[in-house]
Design a protein around this ligand. Sequence first.
Ligand code: FES
Length: 434
Amino acid sequence: MAPRRIRPITDAVALRCDGRAVTAQRDEPIAVALLAAGRTTLTRSVKYHRPRGPTCMAGRCDGCLMRVDGVPSVMTCRARAAPGRVVETQNVIGSAQLDLLEATDWFFPGGLDHHHMFTRFGPVNRAMQAVARRVAGIGRLPDRVAPVVPPERLDAEVLVVGAGVAGLEVATEAARRGMDVLLVDEEPQPGGLLVWQPRSAITDRHANGALAIVGELVARARAAGVRWLPNTCVVGVYDDVALCDAEDGPRLLRFRRIVVATGTHEGAVDAVDADAPAVFGTRAAARLLAYGVLVGDAVVVAGEGAWTRAVAEALRDAGARVEGPHALEALRAVRTRGGRVRGAVLELDGATRTVECDAVVVGPPPSAAYELAAQAGARVVFDGRRFVVQADDEGRTGIARLFAVGACTGRDTVEEALAQARRAATVLAEGGTT
Ligand code: FES
C-alpha cells in the first residue's frame, strides 16, 4: 500500500496533477495531498533520472520539486493546496513513474563523467552538450515572466531567525528587557520541532505535552511584545540586512543584532537505495501523521533516540504494522520494484534478512543547521561528534552583531538551549555585540 489518509478531509479543494484531479485538504502542503492520493514518486534526480519522493517534508531535500502553476522547481512540501492549482511533473519524457530518460542510468552503470565526455572533437561535444541540456536540469523556465516585486522593508533592534525553543526564549527575554524584537521562521507557526512531536493522528496523545510547552512559550513571547513573521526564510545576511524569501514576496530586514537559532537538519543515511521514494525521515513521518496521513501499512523503522521511538509508536497507534525501531546501522538496503518500496534488508545479530514493507522510516542523528550563521561569518567547528556553529554560553560568535543559540550551536537539550538563550538575551540587553 501507498501512504493513505487516516483522518477525513474536512475542507476539500480540487487540484490537478498531470491532468488528473486530486482532492486535498485546504492549505495542507501539496506533497501531502499527492502522497495521500497514492503518489510516492514526485520527481526524478537531475542527472540519472532516478525516482525521487518527499523525504523531509520540510524544504530540505529535492524529492518534491514539481512545476506548480507554471513555475518550475517548486517545493511541493512547502506550497499549499488551494482550489485550481495545477501541478506537473518536470524534466521527464513520459511520467515520474515511467521516465524514458531513466535510460541514462542504465547506459552508465558505473557513473557518467559529463565534464570529460566527448571533449576532443568540438562538433561532437556541442551535440553532446545540447543533449545534456535536454536530459538534465530542473525544469523549463516559467510560463511567464514574474513581475518584479519591490521588497518589503522592516527594521528591528534584534532579529531572531528560528522560532524553536531557543529562538522563542531569546526573543522573549530580549523583548522583556525592552528591546524591539522581530522573530522570523520559515514555518507558518512558531514552536520548531515541538510542533511536529510524533503523534498518533487519531488520539494526538503523544503531542499533548509538547504542544503545551509550545503554547506557553508562544504566550510569553506575545505578552513580551515580540513581533512575529511566519513563512519567511532568511536566505542571506549582508552586514546589517537579512534578505528573506517569503510566500508573498522578498523582504529586507535591517537589524542592529541578529540571533541565529536555526536548529538542526535530519541527517543522511548510508544504505543502498535509501534515497528511493517512500523512504521518509522520522520528522517527515511525524509531519505526515500530524496532517492525518500514514506513510504505509507495513513500515520498517531504523534510527536512534527518543524521537525515533516515539515515531514508531505513533505509527503503530495509527494502524501500521511496524518493524523496529532497529539500530540505524542495521538497515543495509531498501528493496524497490516499479518505483515502490517492497522491503528493507536488515542485518541483525549477524544474520541478514529482508522484511517486506511499503515504507521505510529512518532516524539518523541530526546535524546542526549552520548554513546561515556560517554565511554571516560565524565559524563552524567539529565538536567531536558533529559540526556546529561556534558560540559561547552567551551565544556570542566572535562576529560583531551575530549571535547563535540552541541546537545549531550543539546545545541539544531543551534545558541547555533555554539557558544559553537567556544568557544571550542578557548580553543583548546590556549592549554586548560579540
Ligand atoms: S524539500 Fe520537499 S520533501 Fe524535502
